[in-house]
Design a protein around this ligand. Structure first.
Ligand code: NAD
Length: 217
């Protein structure tokens, strides 16, 4: 089993690039075109694919449709992934409204909030009391959760999610959460990303010849 996060991130990027090539009418692709589209070397593409037993044809390259199918299979995208969310505030509501998740086989199925004013079980994505989270997750066998509550509440929410059976969490709260190894936590922090970007833009402006490496994992 491959446990390298960057490798899996690259697979997602290959898959997205393949959809773009397909929409342009391509049926087959060589690793160097794919590498170029994603910003890695063609050796890296072949190495990543070989880890999953994907092989191309030296003369003909890879068949785009079958490659997309294999990548979707590896990424768990050939079945709809149900996701729950805690915190239906500004960020949570924006994520619920975002239409493209479903195109990618990801569906936010319910949100949970402590504010009774936000509760509405008749919405397409119902907003339910936090107390209902555990039972909902157990009944619907949901494995993935999103945390979009204030940082002060995030650890408690994580504990509730894990107790219910959630084993993968996308955490937007700007706080380091603690969990056992049975739960994978991916943190998203736009502020950190912007700060990082600002640093490198400033560095580039100060010394235009500086090489900024490792932009793409
Ligand atoms: P918000 O105040 O609009 O929404 C927070 C929601 O969480 C509210 O609806 C509130 O009722 C609910 N809530 C509070 N405590 C709760 C609990 N214990 N259980 C369930 N629900 C609870 O805030 P927001 O702007 O949507 O931000 C939400 C979180 O996302 C914050 O931690 C914020 O720092 C973070 N954030 C991260 C990024 C990022 O890039 N990572 C960007 C924006 C916001």
């Amino acid at each position: 089993m491959v446990t390298n996060k960057n490798c899996i991130l690259r697979l997602s990027r290959y898959k997205n690039a393949l959809y773009r090539f397909k929409s342009l009418g391509f049926f087959k692709i060589f690793s160097d075109y794919l590498a170029d589209a994603v910003g890695v070397t063609s050796a890296q593409v072949r190495k990543d694919f070989s880890l999953f037993g994907i092989s191309g044809n030296k003369r003909g390259g890879y068949k785009i449709d079958s490659l997309i199918e294999k990548l979707n299979d590896i990424l768990g995208k050939n079945e709809l992934q149900k996701v729950i969310m805690a915190g239906a505030g500004n960020l949570g509501s924006a994520l619920i409204k975002y239409k493209n998740f479903e195109k990618e086989g990801i569906k936010i199925v319910a949100a949970f909030d402590i504010d009774p004013a936000k509760h509405n079980s008749r919405l397409p994505v119902p907003v339910l009391p936090l107390e209902d989270l555990e039972q909902y997750v157990m009944i619907n066998k949901t494995k993935i959760g999103i945390i979009s509550v204030p940082d002060i509440a995030a650890q408690h929410i994580l504990d509730v999610m894990i107790k219910a059976g959630i084993c993968g969490v996308l955490n937007f709260a700007p706080i380091q959460l603690k969990a056992s190894e049975s739960c994978i936590i991916n943190n998203v922090n736009l502020e950190l990303e912007l700060e990082n970007l600002i640093y490198f833009v400033n560095a580039l402006q100060k010394s235009p010849n500086v090489r900024i490496s490792d932009k793409i994992p």
